[in-house]
Design a binder for this molecule. Structure first.
Ligand code: FAD
Length: 387
């Protein structure tokens, strides 16, 4: 499915993408964008493979814009990974706003597409019905939510997380923060009627939008932390392979001869926000279990609840003291693994999170803004054989 989608997109990945990617022609028309995000987000397809194919079809120059967009995801992940307190702050603020706005009419109208604002109401419905919004529509929607409707950004971000098929802690939280003027401090994104009319091919020209976007403010955030060194692991030590929805392609993380005795694929619904992404992950987990069982030659089971007891029981049953899993970046899975790791340790079981080489290479450069990060892209791609 991911590869079919990539195949369909390949002819557009060069100059057409660069010229047309900002236009949102509407849910029923093919645009210039790839719609690869749910597959990239859950790492069912990897960024290097996608970039390689687009470059092979076009060339590095024509594919530059697409490559940069793909690397925005890597950048956001690396940025949040070095500042996990921003994720925690989002969750705390969300809790507070949930309490404060739990039966608020304006929030309900915004989520039900009943504000009377052209475009905005259509995007609210499109999001709920399809699980997708074009990037530009996400920007317009977030801007109108924050600056025209003056609603708390965290509740808008939560609405996205509950309905997007590609719902992602880093890309979503940091994009909403960016629109609000919290991410690049003081720099906001203001949606205007002219811009919306132009990039929706005249479908919408909403009236009464905010004329200015005054940046939100917050207490200073913690300085970026250093990323830890990847652990040195002995592949011959018998282990369980744990697969979570953060990375559903462990074969490209553990690509040597690993001594896995069994595989646990956790499709834990509690670690996802909405039914849309739950269905996607449930189907992808079934495929992943079949694929990885064949790849590593050991049994793979789907576990509905990622709890310490189930893992301890399995570790004892197959006689191992180590569970290996592809790295879970800042988000609900990482939070959950941090909670269960001490319980596993108390039974003498080590939980090892293994980061992808891609992330180890790119994330350290996400300390500042994207423009600084972008300067490193050509050299980092060259080091990975992409010229
Ligand atoms: C307010 C807001 C919330 C967002 N929430 C999410 C989210 O929860 N999950 C998510 O995956 N993306 C999110 N994005 C980023 C972006 O909108 C989507 O990744 C993109 O629209 C996916 O569609 P596509 O695959 O057709 O993109 P394409 O234009 O085809 O881009 C190719 C790939 O590049 C990456 N990419 C492109 N633009 C961005 C971007 N701005 N930020 C990060 N990665 C990008 C994605 O992996 C995408 O699949 C959000 C953007 C905004 C403004």
């Amino acid at each position: 499915m991911a590869l079919d989608r990539l195949d369909q997109f390949l002819p557009k990945g060069g100059r057409l993408y660069a010229a047309e990617r900002n236009t949102d022609p509407g849910p029923d028309l093919p645009g210039a964008v790839s719609r690869l995000s749910p597959y990239l987000r859950h790492r069912l397809i990897n960024k290097q493979e996608v970039i390689e194919q687009v470059v092979a079809r076009h060339n590095m120059g024509s594919a530059e814009k697409f490559i940069q967009e793909v690397l925005w995801r890597t950048y956001w992940k690396g940025w949040l990974e070095m500042r996990p307190s921003v994720w925690r702050r989002f969750l705390e603020e969300l809790d507070r706003q949930h309490d404060a706005f739990h039966d608020d009419r304006a929030i309900a109208d915004a989520m039900n597409g009943q504000t009377g604002i052209e475009g905005f109401d259509d995007w609210a419905r499109e999001l709920v019905e399809t699980g997708y919004l074009h990037n530009h529509a996400r920007m317009w929607f977030a801007s109108i939510w924050i600056f025209t409707l003056r609603l708390p950004w965290t509740l808008g971000a939560d609405f996205f997380l509950r309905h997007l098929l590609d719902a992602d802690a880093a890309s979503n939280t940091l994009s909403w923060r960016w629109v609000a003027g919290l991410q690049t401090v003081g720099k906001t994104y203001l949606a205007t009627s002219d811009n919306i009319a132009r990039y929706t091919n005249g479908r919408f020209a909403p009236k009464g939008l905010a004329r200015e976007a005054v940046a939100l403010t917050e207490a200073p955030i913690e300085p970026a932390r250093q990323l830890g060194e990847p652990p040195r692991l002995n592949p011959e030590q018998p282990s369980i392979l744990l697969v979570t929805h953060e990375d559903l392609h462990p074969e490209s993380v553990f690509d040597g001869a690993y001594a896995f005795r069994s595989i646990a694929v956790a499709s834990d619904a509690l670690l996802l926000w909405g039914d849309c992404s739950r269905h996607f992950v449930a189907a992808a987990s079934t495929d992943t279990a079949l694929r990885t069982a064949a790849h590593y030659g050991c049994p793979a089971n789907i576990i509905d609840r990622l709890d310490a007891e189930a893992l301890i029981k399995e570790a004892k049953a197959v006689g191992v003291r180590r569970i290996m899993t592809p790295y879970a970046p800042a988000g609900p899975v990482a939070d959950h693994l941090a909670r269960i790791a001490p319980m596993l340790a108390s039974e003498g079981i080590d939980l090892s999170l293994v980061r992808r080489d891609w992330d180890s290479a790119f994330w350290p450069h996400a300390k500042k803004g994207f423009f600084t990060f972008k300067e490193h892209i050509p050299a980092l791609l060259r080091m990975r054989g992409l010229t």
